[in-house]
Design a protein around this ligand. Sequence first.
Ligand code: HEM
Length: 330
Amino acid sequence: MAFVTIRRAAAAAVIAVLCAVAHPSAATAQGSVNPTASSVKEQQLLDALKPDQRLSGRVSIPDPGASSLIQPEGRQFRAERDQNARIGGLAILGMLGLLVLFYVVRGKVRMDGGRSGTTITRFGFVERFTHWLTAVSFLLLGLTGLNITFGRALVLPLIGPQAFTSLSQAGKFVHIYVSFAFALGILLMFLLWVKDNLPALRDIRWFLQGGGLIGLGHPPADRFNAGQKLIFWSVVLGGGAIAVTGYILMFPFAWTDIAGMQWASVWHGLIGAVLFAVILAHIYIGSVGMEGAIDAMGSGEVDVNWAKEHHSIWTERELGKAGKGAAPAE
Ligand code: HEM
């Protein structure tokens, strides 16, 4: 009995929709649904979302884009964004898991010969300033960006709506204004270090020996080894792409239409999250993961034994320059 009733109701609904779509007041000349007609039903609007169909009406405000009520690409855009959020979240959690595992299995990478007591200048002030300008701004942008993507699900339940609103509003300002420092940092970094990051044949050997991290000896390296070159190009190209897509989003419709805005949004989020995961590995190896590495970006002076192990070619060259480089540590 109930089954018969459901069938009748379904048939009536289909007939009603067909009548409404066929009715002149509810359909445009092309046969699509007129979303502003008084008899239009919500189901009609949803049924109209077949590929290549969109629901649009008329507007009297200057923005013609506002006349588009529903467009199938919008749903596709949302699905892509949701998928990217999953990929980005997995990349970050996966990287954190890998780093913890690496630390437990391999432990800290120590200097084989211990500290020599003599140091060599690795980075000057301008290089260290550029590094920290880029690093601090990237971390601020990354954290506020992650709050935009995951904050509602993860932070809101922890701190409540009032605090979350204030935090997110402040985060949005940080995300916008700090972007300029980041873009400048990327540009300076590129200019300062591109000459030391061009690919070389010895980079292949560096990878084959696991970068000296897995007990196969220290492969020779110049100022930057192959792993660092990967980080450099990820930062310059990934960071550059993040900046370009970010400015497209910051000035809506200035250079592109809605499809371009959706494209920029999708890639901005995806590249940002993946680069964040990559940078976690860099932070690990530049701090707790390797003895002596952080000195390079702190005082700028590294122990000669550290330099010989990780950058043998560069160290020999620097030490060979008469009267420069090596100095007794204090
Ligand atoms: C707390 C965070 C960070 C720490 C502790 C850190 C540490 C370091 C250290 C010690 C070096 C020098 C390595 C050497 O002497 O060979 C370095 C280099 C570098 N850092 Fe960072 N860094 C951090 C964040 C970042 C961020 C956020 C970025 C970019 C978005 C970045 C980009 C680079 C690049 C491109 C280099 C040169 C290539 C390389 O050594 O991998 N760093 N960092």
